[in-house]
Design a protein around this ligand. Structure first.
Ligand code: SPD
Length: 343
């Protein structure tokens, strides 16, 4: 009996030790855009550090901000776009970073630092950049489509996929009317209303997560999408052409930031620094080919990857970033909800 007891006790002790170590190893609660951080990259981090990552996704900055304001989630790391980071800094929703823990910041192209949303780079680290533009299946659409007006043409009724994003939709209307996209008031929204009210009636699919899917399936023939989605389509078939709209287009920089109440700040810094490694950042570019702000990672990309016209657009076109527009953001949401419900 005694002979049996000893190994049993040993096994129980080992199991208990494993459980204690596990409980003490900090996890990381990550809240990021869908289709943006490859699972193998997350798994690589866990394999190397033992830090488990729980990953939840969202489809818009407004969804992210609403969760943080409500205090839901207790996230350790989030991934806002530049203008959303600006809102979050103003509202005290994110905390200052410890740059001594981010040795790989040196890999970033300086052109992506000291931007208006975070002039001192105190709160955020660039992740990926991109644009919002027109993608056309040129097997199905034979006329040139270069502007928002040309996308929202009666001929394309029920043939369109567009982002399910209120700020984006209103911006396309503002550009079309020649109005500023960051100085928005009640008058400009009233001017946009009839235009986008007509537009939403033409749309077959609203999708911010994977707008490429409706194009790949042949459910729609053209749309307005994130550049990384268009880049994947181009990689799949060169019939999918990406165009920066003639009136102007949104250029975004998505960043990483640590919420004010994060519990695992150390793990969040480690994960950020891991993502900034050239070889890791390259993996991200391969899975989700947005514009990579990591200069050292870009050196590892192939000429073909760098020649993708959606990932790295060549030449002209007016590109603008979004800014924090304060309370008008809620008016935009209401306007878009209104016009969609009247669809
Ligand atoms: N699937 C990833 C999409 C990332 C888009 N970020 C830009 C948002 C700008 N409103």
């Amino acid at each position: 009996m005694k002979k049996l007891l000893l190994p049993v006790v040993a096994v129980v002790l080992i199991l208990a030790a494993v459980l204690i170590v596990r409980a003490r190893t900090p996890g990381l609660k990550l809240f990021g855009w869908s289709e943006y951080i490859p699972q193998p990259v997350i798994d690589g981090f866990t394999a190397e550090t033992g830090i488990k990552v729980s990953f939840e996704t969202y489809s818009s900055n407004e969804e992210l901000i609403a969760k943080l304001v409500a205090g839901d989630g207790s996230y350790d790391l989030v991934q806002p776009s530049d203008y959303a980071a600006e809102v979050m800094i103003r509202q005290g929703l994110v905390q200052k970073l410890d740059r001594t823990k981010l040795g790989n910041l040196k890999n970033l192209d300086a052109g992506y630092l000291k931007r208006a949303h975070d002039p001192g780079d105190d709160y955020s680290v660039p992740y990926m950049s991109g644009t919002v533009g027109i993608v056309v299946n040129t097997d199905k659409v034979k006329t040139p489509v270069r502007s928002y007006r040309e996308v929202f043409a009666p001929a394309f009724r029920n043939r369109l996929v567009v982002l399910n994003d209120s700020r984006e939709l209103v911006t396309w209307g503002l550009y079309t009317l020649g109005l500023p996209i960051n100085t928005i008031d009640a008058a400009s929204l009233e001017r946009v209303r009839p235009l986008i009210s007509d537009w939403v009636k033409l749309v077959k699919v609203f999708d911010s997560d994977s707008p490429k899917t409706a194009l790949l399936n042949g459910d729609v023939d053209l749309g307005i999408v994130w550049s990384g989605e268009a880049a994947i389509l181009w990689n799949t078939d060169k019939k999918f052409q990406y165009v920066i709209p003639a009136e102007g287009a949104h250029q975004f920089l998505d960043v990483l930031a640590i919420p004010a109440g994060a519990k695992n700040v150390e793990a969040a810094h480690r994960f950020m620094d891991y993502l900034l490694r050239p070889e890791v950042s390259k993996l991200i570019s391969e899975a989700f080919p947005y514009t990579n702000p990591n200069a050292a990672a870009r050196k590892l990309l192939t000429p073909e990857q760098l020649a993708n016209p959606a990932s790295y657009p060549q030449g002209g076109g007016k590109l603008e970033t979004f800014r924090d527009i304060g309370r008008v953001a809620a008016d935009i949401d209401r306007l878009v909800t209104d016009v969609k419900s009247a669809k």
